[in-house]
Design a protein around this ligand. Structure first.
Ligand code: BES
Ligand code: MN
Ligand code: ZN
Length: 486
């Protein structure tokens, strides 16, 4: 799918040949003098609250437009949220339709957030997963032309939005793949593929031997119950001088989480193929970086394995030694995410990072706390938390700050090791974060629990590609970029 942005007025947009001309009309719309705009103005006036977000008026072969169909869609106050509502409503049938070329016209000047929301909503509405279908129903939509009179003002935002779409779609692709089509080795190949295609990206993949040599006893313990060999993926994006400290992203890459010996109930266990969504989001971010080529340095770390059960599987009560030297009593083998992440967090130290953000489908408790609307954000570093919160707002990929008081970590005490891998049920998302914090003392650190936001359950089951938007926005935020060549 190709996105294009052109400086076109409404009447100019109407002269574009296309299958659907989607006109986004906000409450504040003031028609220009031309006939087509006047017609839109009348339709709004006489229509039933047409500018309300989600309201639609469909017209077939309007005499003043070259499009086969003209769709007027209300976008309310024109905010990112309402633009998304309007576009999603308009394109609800886009997958099955004859919609190959779409023109999206902003009736009023496009604000940057509105434009970005339109790009991401068009992509989401037309996405379809085909990898494991014998008769794939591929995406029909090929060309999307965004028409805004003030196109020049929003060009940079447009490019960022398109790059984020590419990243989001790569993240969706890998997260959606079933576990037998997305093993740790296949994830590693995908990462290597990204590096081959982009000059500023390099990739190194470690296997069980190298990981054992590093002393990653916690990661190894999770992987030992599976026939599928673990992979530790190290991606580097070098857009700035070597002397510039990188931002490190750590993505949980459990390609299937059965729970291990502390096995999960059967219902909805298939959804544990999504337990590598953090890893998928890191791949997605690197895809976006490849497109945008910003002058920054970024490292992506992905500890990837299956959490399964065999005769060698780790058992409740087993004590392992992490790369940090701290010992861990594995009281529950289903709390495996923190075990693979803690060793990756220690590994991150070698990059002398500006910051480290881990991204993980870590706890069911976070789903209970925040549902599918906002990811859980945990950070003892106020500036970092603020930057991530703002990035989420800008990308409409929201998160919400959660506490890290000392007391939340008290349940991790045990007589048999430096810490247990679980505390009680209460505050489970927070005690998980407290566990991770013990491995992240050497740099500014934040943890994003995306258990509720990485995928949707039910009839529209599928990966969301979150939080690629938030992360790209965070990496590109002013203050975090240095001029190219320095
Ligand atoms: N991958 C799960 C978390 C999860 C569960 C994400 C449901 C999305 C939906 C994680 O590995 C896990 O099993 N966590 C346990 C921790 C518990 C044993 C302390 C959980 O949340 O139940
Ligand atoms: Mn688990
Ligand atoms: Zn898990």
């Amino acid at each position: 799918m190709n996105f294009e942005l052109k400086p076109l007025s409404l009447v100019e947009a109407a002269s574009e040949k296309c299958d659907v001309l989607l006109l986004l009309v906000a409450d504040a719309y003031k028609p220009a003098k031309d006939g087509f705009s006047a017609f839109v103005g009348r339709a709004i006036k006489e229509g039933d609250a047409l500018t309300k977000a989600g309201k639609l008026l469909a017209l077939y072969k309007h005499p003043m437009a070259q499009a086969t169909r003209v769709l007027l869609a209300g976008v309310g106050d024109g905010s990112a949220k309402q633009v998304r509502t309007g576009v999603m409503a308009a394109l609800a049938g886009a997958k099955s339709d004859k919609l190959k070329k779409l023109v999206v016209a902003f009736a009023s000047p496009a604000t940057a957030p509105a434009l970005r929301a339109a790009v991401s909503a068009v992509a989401d509405a037309s996405y379809s997963f085909t990898t494991t279908k014998s008769k794939p129903e591929a995406r029909v939509l090929q060309t999307v032309l965004l028409a805004a009179a003030n196109a020049a003002d929003v060009q940079a935002e447009f490019e960022r939005a398109v790059a984020i779409v590419a990243g989001v779609e790569l993240a969706k692709e890998w997260a959606n793949r079933p576990a037998n089509h997305a093993t740790p080795s296949l994830l590693a190949k995908a990462a290597e593929g990204l590096a081959t295609k982009a000059s500023k990206i390099s990739c190194e993949v470690l296997g069980p031997k190298e990981v054992a040599k590093l002393g990653m006893g916690a990661f190894l313990a999770v992987a030992q119950g599976s026939e599928e060999p673990l992979r530790f993926i190290v991606l580097q994006y070098n857009g700035a001088a070597k002397s510039v400290a990188p931002k490190v992203l750590v993505g949980k890459g459990i390609t299937f989480d059965s729970g291990g010996i502390s096995i999960k109930p059967a219902a909805e266990m298939d959804e544990m193929k999504f337990d590598m969504s953090g890893a998928a989001s890191v791949l997605g971010v690197f895809r976006s970086l490849a497109a945008l080529k910003p002058a920054i340095n970024v490292v992506g770390l992905i500890p990837s394995c299956e959490n399964l059960i065999n005769g060698r599987a780790v058992k409740p009560g087993d004590v392992v030694t992490s790369m940090s030297g701290q010992t861990i009593e594995i009281l529950n083998t289903d709390a495996e995410g923190r075990l693979v992440l803690c060793d990756a967090l220690t590994y991150a130290e070698r990059f002398k990072p500006e910051s480290v953000v881990d991204i993980a489908t870590l706890t069911g408790a976070c789903v209970v706390a925040l549902g599918g609307v906002r990811s859980g954000l945990f950070s003892p570093d106020e500036a970092l938390a603020k930057a991530l919160g703002a990035a989420g707002d800008a990308a409409q990929d929201l998160c919400w700050p959660m506490p890290l008081d000392e007391e939340y970590g008290e349940g991790l005490k045990t007589s048999f090791a430096d810490m247990a891998n679980v505390a009680g049920r209460a505050g489970g998302a927070i005690s998980a974060a407290k566990y991770l914090q013990r491995f992240a003392g050497k740099y500014p650190w934040a943890h994003l629990d995306i258990a509720g936001t990485a995928w949707k359950s039910g009839a529209s089951k599928g990966a969301t590609g979150r939080p690629v938007g938030l992360l790209v926005e965070y990496l590109l935020a002013p203050g975090s970029t240095v001029p190219a060549g320095k």
